[in-house]
Design a protein around this ligand. Structure first.
Ligand code: ZN
Ligand code: ZN
Length: 247
């Protein structure tokens, strides 16, 4: 054995078999023990060895400490496992987030996004949020950044008046999200009354344990937004409710 880099053997899905391919041939595997995929120890493009452990004669290292590289150091091509590892890292990161934290952030920053969307390069067409449908569509898109299963449900509200209500059910998290926008005739009093009725309705909804309500109030029709939020954001029966009034 001479001093220098050994090669590492990796399966096509990115599982390392050994980082001492030459020094400890007994650890070589033709197929991955974890997933059954075939294994390689060279770049298929330039045939350079995949960099393994740095071995020093007389020093025995235990365990694999060399990271699986994303790119070939010989020619720079991406290894077959790289995209898969990046995707699984990203989905781990998404599943590690708390859905309620995400929803709170989406709600509190909603108006920043609305504002930013108005300023498009070269005045290109944009989504200008002017009514409740726009609020719902924008929120719907944003929910897809974080949730796989977003179900949009048209709801017939129990209160009188034209219905524009569309709710979103995040099935995996058992959370419903509803969005409203204040307008002429729908100020603090009306919104408060609607929310109370909605909350009562949701309490009997079997697949909903939490309800997030976004009230977009760009013209400041709600004079005491924190008051409504504090009054309604609590547990109603078994239903956890969080209200966000943003402008
Ligand atoms: Zn594998
Ligand atoms: Zn290469």
């Amino acid at each position: 054995m001479r001093e220098g880099y050994d090669a590492q053997q990796v399966c096509l899905n990115g599982h390392q078999q050994t980082d001492r391919y030459y020094g400890s041939p007994e650890f070589r595997r033709e197929f991955c023990e974890e997933c059954g995929a075939s294994t390689v120890h060279k770049c298929s493009n330039c045939l350079a060895d995949i960099l393994g452990d740095y071995s020093v004669p007389g020093v025995i290292a235990f365990g694999c400490t060399t990271p699986v590289p994303p790119f070939c150091r010989g020619c720079g091509v991406k290894f077959p496992w790289t995209d898969r590892l990046i995707a699984s890292k990203a989905s781990d990161a998404v599943s590690a987030i708390d859905p309620k934290d995400v929803l709170a952030r989406l709600c509190t920053r909603f108006s920043l996004v609305v504002r930013e969307l108005r300023h498009r390069h070269d005045n290109r067409p944009t989504l200008n949020v002017v009514d409740e449908y726009d609020v719902q569509d924008l929120l719907h898109s944003a929910l897809h950044l974080f949730f796989d299963d977003v179900r949009a449900e048209e709801v017939v509200p129990s209160y009188a008046g034209k219905s524009t209500r569309m709710d979103f059910l995040l099935k995996d998290a058992s959370i419903s999200v509803e969005a409203k926008m204040t307008r002429k005739g729908l100020g603090a009093k009306e919104v408060g009354e609607q929310l109370i009725l909605d909350i009562a309705q949701y309490q009997s909804h079997p697949s909903c344990k939490s309800l997030f309500c976004l009230v977009y109030d760009p013209e400041h029709r709600v004079r005491n937004p924190r008051g409504i939020e504090t009054d309604l954001s609590k547990t109603h029966g078994e239903l956890e409710v969080r209200v966000f009034v943003v402008s």
